[in-house]
Design a protein around this ligand. Structure first.
Ligand SMILES: Nc1ncnc2c1ncn2[C@@H]1O[C@H](COP(=O)(O)OP(=O)(O)OP(=O)(O)O)[C@@H](O)[C@H]1O
Ligand SMILES: [Mg+2]
Length: 426
C-alpha cells in the first residue's frame, strides 16, 4: 500500500473540504478531481461531521448551506474557520442572508443555486495560496503537514479510467492490465479493478481469484478494500467477480450504495490513488464503471465491424448515458488493438466519423496484433514486459493519460452535465 510519502499526486495541492449532500459532494468532487492544484482531502455530510473535520484546517471549504437547519449554526461554524470558504445558499435565501454570510471573514464567495467550481478554481487557488503565504510570514506552522513530492514527479489530477467497449473480446482486459501496470511503473499509486464474471484478469496476471470484489462488497470501507487487494509489483489489483451470480447482484446495486462501484472509486481516491483503472465489462455493469470514471478508453478492432461497435459504444456514453457520468468529450481516447493487414488508422477514423456524423475522438494508440501477447498471458506474464512492439503501441496512450501535460486534457473541454439532479460544469 502507498503511504503519504509516495504520493506523487498533488503533494503541494491546496487541501479542500467539501460539505453537502451526497450527490452534491460527488459532483463537486468530480469537478475538482481533474484539477491538479486541488486535493479533496475530506468530505462532510452534516454540520457535526463538518465541525470535526474543520479542525484539520483545510485550505478551502466548499459548503452547501442546505445541510444546516438554519442560518444561526451556519454562521457560528463559519466564524470559527480560518481558511477560504465558498458557500452555496438555498435558492430561497434572501439578499440580507447573502450579505450576512459574505461579511464573515473566511467567506470569499457566496452563491445561490449552483457553484461552478471550475470557473472559480483560479480564484480559490489564489485565495488559498495567499493565506498560506500569510501564515508562513506570520511564522505559524501550518496545521496540515503536506508530504514532499516524491521522485520529482509532477502533480497529476486523479484519473479514473474506464477501459471499455460494448463488444467482447476486443482487448479491454489486455489494455486495462498493461495500462495500469505502466501507470504504477511510472510511480503513480495505481489501482486496477477487474469487473469480469468469472473474471480472467487475475488469471492472466498470475493472481488468485480471491480475494475479489465480493470481499470488498462485504466490507465496503478503506480497510475492507485494503484487505481485498492483491499486488503485481507496485500495482494494486482488485480481482473481479468469481461467478455471474455475484455480478448480477452488483448490477442491481444502486449507484449510491456503499458497496457500489462509484463508492469503491471514491474510497480508493481518498486512500490516495492517483490512477484507478476499471476493466469495464461488456455487460450492464459497465454503466456503474462509466458513472465512476472521468476518462474513457475505447478499445477497438481495426475492422469495419470494429468501427460499428465502437461508434455504438461511444453513442451509448455520450447520448444514452448523458448526464449519468462525468466523462468530458476531451476525456475519450481510442486505442486500436490488433493492428495488422486490415484497416489503417486513417481509414478507421474516417469511417467512424462518417458513421457518427461528426469527428470521432482521436485514435491515440495503435497496438499491433502480436502472437506474443496471448503467449505471455498464458504464461501469466505481462505482454508489456515481453513484447517491445506491444509496449511501443501502448505507450502513446499511457503518455496521454499519465504525463502531466496529458493530465490537463479533461479540463479543456468544458461541458455541463447533470449528475444526480445537480448541474456541474466540467
Ligand atoms: N494486441 C494483441 N495481439 C494479439 N492478441 C491479443 C491482443 N490483444 C488481445 N489479444 C488476445 O485477444 C483475446 C481477448 O483479449 P481480452 O481478454 O483482453 O479482451 P476483452 O475485450 O477483455 O474480452 P472480454 O469481452 O471477454 O472481457 C485474448 O486471448 C488476448 O490474448
Ligand atoms: Mg475482459
Amino acid at each position: 500500500m502507498w503511504n503519504a510519502n509516495n504520493l506523487v499526486q498533488s503533494a503541494d495541492a491546496v487541501t479542500v473540504l467539501l460539505a453537502g449532500s451526497i450527490p452534491r459532494l460527488q459532483a463537486w468532487y468530480t469537478a475538482l478531481a481533474a484539477d491538479a492544484r486541488f486535493r479533496v482531502a475530506m468530505q462532510a455530510g452534516d454540520p457535526q461531521d463538518l465541525r470535526s473535520k474543520l479542525v484539520t484546517n483545510p485550505d478551502v471549504l466548499v459548503l452547501d448551506a442546505g445541510i444546516y437547519p438554519g442560518p444561526q449554526p451556519l454562521i457560528e461554524d463559519l466564524t470559527r474557520y480560518h481558511g477560504a470558504a465558498y458557500v452555496l445558499l438555498p435558492m430561497e435565501a434572501s439578499r440580507e442572508a447573502m450579505d450576512g454570510v459574505a461579511q464573515i471573514p473566511c467567506v470569499k464567495g457566496v452563491y445561490k443555486g449552483e457553484i461552478n467550481l471550475v470557473a472559480i478554481a483560479g480564484e480559490m487557488y489564489a485565495a488559498a495560496t495567499a493565506q498560506r503565504q500569510a501564515r508562513l510570514n506570520a511564522g505559524m506552522e501550518a496545521l496540515w503537514n503536506r508530504p514532499q513530492t516524491a521522485g520529482g514527479g509532477q502533480p497529476l489530477g486523479l484519473r479514473v479510467v474506464a477501459v471499455w467497449n460494448q463488444a467482447g473480446g476486443v482487448g479491454k482486459t489486455t489494455v486495462a492490465t498493461n495500462l495500469a501496470y505502466e501507470a504504477a511503473r511510472r510511480g503513480l499509486p495505481t489501482l486496477l479493478v477487474g469487473m469480469g464474471a468469472p473474471d480472467d484478469l487475475p488469471l492472466i496476471l498470475g493472481l488468485k481469484p480471491e480475494p475479489n470484489l465480493n470481499h470488498w462488497r462485504a466490507n465496503p470501507t478503506a480497510e475492507g478494500l485494503k484487505l481485498a487487494l492483491q499486488k503485481v509489483d507496485t500495482l494494486d489489483v482488485l480481482a473481479g467477480f468469481p461467478d455471474v451470480l455475484s455480478e448480477a447482484r452488483a448490477i442491481t446495486t444502486p449507484l449510491d450504495a456503499p458497496e457500489s462501484i462509484p463508492k469503491l472509486v471514491l474510497t480508493a481516491a481518498y486512500m490516495g490513488y492517483a490512477v484507478i483503472v476499471l476493466d469495464a465489462p461488456p455487460t450492464a455493469l459497465a454503466s456503474a464503471a462509466l458513472a465512476a470514471a472521468n476518462t474513457l478508453v475505447l478499445v477497438a478492432r481495426p475492422s469495419l465491424e470494429g468501427v460499428m461497435r465502437t461508434v455504438e459504444a461511444y453513442r451509448t456514453v455520450v447520448e444514452r448515458l448523458a448526464g449519468e457520468h462525468h466523462i468530458p468529450a476531451s476525456g475519450v481516447y481510442v486505442a486500436l488493438n490488433r493492428m495488422g493487414g486490415r484497416m489503417s488508422l486513417d481509414e478507421w477514423h474516417k469511417a467512424a466519423s462518417a458513421l457518427l456524423g461528426r469527428p470521432f475522438p482521436p485514435v491515440v494508440a495503435q497496438i499491433p496484433d502480436e502472437p506474443k501477447v496471448g503467449e505471455a498471458q498464458d504464461g501469466r506474464k505481462l505482454p508489456l514486459n515481453v513484447s517491445e512492439a506491444f509496449a511501443r503501441g501502448l505507450k502513446p496512450l499511457a503518455d496521454a493519460l499519465f504525463s502531466p501535460q496529458g493530465a490537463q486534457a479533461p479540463q479543456n473541454g468544458k461541458k455541463q452535465i447533470t449528475l444526480f439532479g445537480v448541474r456541474v460544469t466540467l
